[in-house]
Structure formats: structure tokens, C-alpha cells
Design a protein around this ligand. Structure first.
Ligand SMILES: *Cc1c(COP(=O)(O)O)cnc(C)c1O
Length: 445
């Protein structure tokens, strides 16, 4: 008997009926090898797989589970909502509360609820193009904004893990309207605007990138010589050319602070996208922004956007409850948990001489295991830098952690997500698994 017999059996069965056995590529173990664990249930900081193994969860459903799994208050709200019917196709009070909650925590003046981050970014591009009457958009290499055609060019997340530059099926004409710059590269953005400025509808960026691993937005002297945050630079150059600044906070929103990355840099976007945490584990997401821009949407305006299940009552109940419980104490807790784990990772890797870079955005962090000979003090500031990590070292590290009951995201291009439910005992388990995993990484280098 092996510890994952039942998972293997389910994966074989899944692979017959579902391409690759998974419904989202990042769940596959493509870059680390082996078969994914099938999850039977989850509670707090723990996943329980189909073979009955208890695993400390550092995936957090790839971001949503800020409060931990199966939070009693969220479950109560969801059960109560479901008992009143699961979808009406007519407006409800709770979706207004969710919209007001988002508006209360972020700079947006109006929001529209949708069902996924992908829908949010797809809709926000249509709105930006509809409002400006321009076609082109600017994005950054390694940023992921969902699987929208126009945004799958040089995308992160699963496309970084699989090392593919783009997807077949995206029309050339669509890809041609997507202009790509290296993240943190102000000169490249300036060059793009110098050439195409009059045709650019918007810049879209992850507020702080997490889909090529975490990359920290840089600060550099602005026009007045004072330090200027990368997002402030993007807003400034977009506005100088009549384009909009769109901040994708699907991952960072309501996670890195009570608002998101906006709470860190204070740069007010024209339009924003949200998802993950705001759905509390249910399929709900949103886009929002300045009222004058949002008023272009149907039915008041002419930019069309719709959804049968948008503002779904069960998902809205989960979202409202999650955000109500996402208090300052929760953010202080996850920041502290993140700091402790990062410190322990650094210590374990240093002890056996594995070169590494740990990047952070609030409680979000990524560990890049670097090839032998990488100088100390090396920084990773863009996708090209992230691609210098050692895939072999990460695979060995990942499996050594999993063997000891710690489930990291199965890719070196992803964030380790912590939650309010990660307590001292979960942290102790992570910390005690690290030395063995560091040795495995060292051996694989
Ligand atoms: C996850 C993510 C998306 C896509 O959201 P889905 O709900 O998976 O469609 C978009 N943007 C960012 C920054 C994300 O992290």
C-alpha cells in the first residue's frame, strides 16, 4: 500500500474523462512529476486527501481561502442562502451588500459582479476599449489575467509552469493588439507608448504580480526626482496618452491588505478587477472603477456585459461573510504567519547552501530555488529573472514537503498562500519539514 493509491486510481480514471485529469492545468503535477492528490475534504489549514492523509495546505485554492477551509460562519451563511433558493435571475439584497463592501474597501465607485476573474478581466478590457474607442492594450510578460484570448500572450500561471509563450487558438489579430513589456521596465513601457500611444486603450497589470511567482513592483525616481511606485508610473504614462490604468487585484485584492495592493501603494486605478478572496471559495468575482466609466455598461450604457449566474445568492453570501470576517486581526495574523514561514525557509535553504530568492507582496510570497553559483543578493524583478530558477530543485523540494504532509503549489511560479487558520501547530509542521526538503533540493541542483 502506498500513501496515494486512491489518488492514483482517481487520477487514472479522471484522465480518461477529463483532459489531463484536471479542470485547471495548474492542478496537474506536470512540472514536478507524479500524480495530484485528490482531495476529499478540508478544514482550517488542512486538506484531507482521498487516501486519508492530512496535509497542511499552502495552496489555499490558489488564493480564495483567506479564512481557511470550511469556516463555520461562511458555511452557515451559505447553507442559509441555499435554503432560500440558489439562483433567481433577478436582483437580491446580498449582491448589493457585496458591491457596497467592495466599494467600502477599495477606491472603486461602482462594481459589476461576475463569476470568475477571467470574466472580470475580459469585461474590463471590453469596457476600456468601448470607452476609449481604441483597440490596443499593454500587459506585462509573466502576468496572468485569466484565460482571455487577448491576455494569454506571454502569460504567467500555468503557462509559465508549462513554459509556453502563447496558446494556439488565439487569433493573430487579437494577439497583435496585445503589446507586451517586461515587468518593472519603465523604458520598455515608454517605448511602447511612444510608438502606439494613440491606439492604446489601457495598461493592465497585476497590482503586484503573483503569477510568475511574486514580483515586487519597483520604485524609481519620477519626473520630479521623488520616488515613484511602478503602479504610479503606469497610471501617469497611461493618462499622458489618454489611456486607462487597469489594476488586476484578483489575487492581491482583500489579501495583501484589507483592500489589496491599493492599500500598499495608494495608486488609484481607473478600473480594477477582483476575484478569489471576495468569493470565499465560491465562483464570484467583480470589476469596478470610476462611476463615469462604469456608467458605459449596459443597461445604462452601450458596452454589453451580462451573466446568468452573476451575483449568485449563495456565492454572494460566502463573499459578504468572508469579507466581514477579513478583519485587521486576520491580516496581522497572516502577515505574521508568512514572515515566520519565510524566515524558516530561508534558514533551512541557507543551512545546506541552496541559493534562493524569496519575494513578497504582503503575506503572499514565492520561493525561487536558484541554480548553483547564483550570487547572494540576486534579485528577481521580472519574468526572465523568474525563469532562471531551477525546476529540478523545486520538484525535489515540493515532493519532499508533500511526503512530509505539506502541500505546496506544484510549481515554482506560484504563491504560497497562508490563511487565518494557519496556527502554531500548522506552522510547526511546515517548519519541521523544511530541512529535509532543503536537502532534497540541494541534491537535485
Ligand atoms: C486567478 C487570476 C485571474 C483569473 O481568475 P479566474 O477566477 O481563475 O478566472 C485573473 N487575474 C489574476 C491576477 C489572477 O491571479
Amino acid at each position: 500500500m502506498s500513501v496515494d493509491d486512491r489518488s492514483r486510481e482517481l487520477f487514472e480514471r479522471a484522465s480518461r474523462s477529463i483532459p489531463g485529469g484536471v479542470n485547471s492545468p495548474v492542478r496537474a503535477f506536470t512540472s514536478v512529476g507524479g500524480t495530484p492528490r485528490f482531495i476529499a475534504r478540508a478544514k482550517g489549514a488542512y486538506l484531507y486527501d482521498a487516501d486519508g492523509n492530512e496535509l497542511v495546505d499552502l495552496i489555499g485554492s490558489w488564493g480564495p481561502m483567506l479564512l481557511g477551509h470550511a469556516h463555520p460562519a461562511v458555511l452557515d451563511a451559505v447553507t442559509a442562502a441555499a435554503a432560500h433558493g440558489t439562483s433567481y435571475g433577478a436582483p437580491t439584497e446580498n449582491e448589493v451588500v457585496l458591491a457596497e463592501t467592495i466599494i467600502g474597501r477599495t477606491p472603486v465607485e461602482q462594481v459589476r459582479l461576475v463569476n470568475s476573474g477571467t470574466e472580470a478581466t475580459m469585461s474590463v478590457l471590453r469596457l476600456a476599449r468601448g470607452v476609449t474607442g481604441r483597440q490596443k492594450i499593454v500587459k506585462f510578460a509573466g502576468c496572468y489575467h485569466g484565460h482571455v484570448d487577448a491576455l494569454l500572450v506571454a502569460a504567467g500561471s500555468g503557462m509559465a509552469t508549462l513554459a509556453v509563450p502563447g496558446s494556439p487558438g488565439v487569433p493573430d489579430a487579437v494577439a497583435a493588439d496585445t503589446l507586451v513589456a517586461p515587468y518593472n521596465d519603465r523604458a520598455a513601457v515608454e517605448a511602447i507608448f511612444a510608438e502606439h500611444g494613440d491606439d492604446i486603450a489601457c495598461i493592465i497589470t497585476e497590482a503586484a504580480p503573483g503569477n510568475m511567482g511574486v514580483i515586487e513592483p519597483g520604485v524609481a525616481p519620477g519626473p520630479d526626482g521623488r520616488p515613484e511606485h511602478f503602479n504610479a508610473f503606469l497610471r501617469r504614462i497611461a493618462h499622458a496618452h489618454g489611456a486607462l490604468f487597469v489594476s488586476d487585484e484578483v489575487m492581491t485584492g482583500f489579501r495583501v491588505t484589507r483592500s489589496g495592493q491599493f492599500g500598499v501603494d495608494g495608486v488609484e486605478p481607473d478600473l480594477m478587477t477582483f476575484g478569489k478572496v471576495m468569493g470565499g471559495g465560491f465562483p464570484t468575482a467583480a470589476f469596478g472603477g470610476r462611476r463615469d466609466l462604469m456608467q458605459h455598461l449596459s443597461p445604462v450604457g452601450t458596452v454589453y456585459q451580462a451573466g446568468t449566474l452573476s451575483g449568485n445568492p449563495v456565492a454572494s453570501a460566502a463573499g459578504v461573510t468572508t469579507l466581514r470576517l477579513a478583519t485587521d486581526e486576520v491580516y496581522a495574523h497572516i502577515d505574521a504567519v508568512s514572515r515566520t514561514i519565510r524566515g524558516a525557509v530561508h534558514e533551512a535553504l541557507d543551512a545546506v547552501g541552496v541559493p534562493h530568492v524569496i519575494n513578497t507582496a504582503g503575506s503572499m510570497f514565492s520561493v525561487f530555488l536558484m541554480p548553483t553559483g547564483t550570487p547572494g543578493g540576486t534579485r528577481i524583478t521580472d519574468y526572465a529573472g523568474a525563469q532562471r530558477q531551477s525546476g529540478a530543485a523545486f520538484a525535489a523540494f515540493f515532493h519532499a514537503m508533500l511526503d512530509q504532509g505539506i502541500h505546496l503549489p506544484p510549481s515554482g511560479y506560484e504563491v504560497w498562500f497562508v490563511s487565518a487558520a494557519h496556527d502554531d501547530s500548522a506552522i510547526d509542521r511546515i517548519v519541521s519539514a523544511l530541512p529535509k526538503a532543503a536537502v532534497a533540493a540541494r541534491t537535485a541542483l
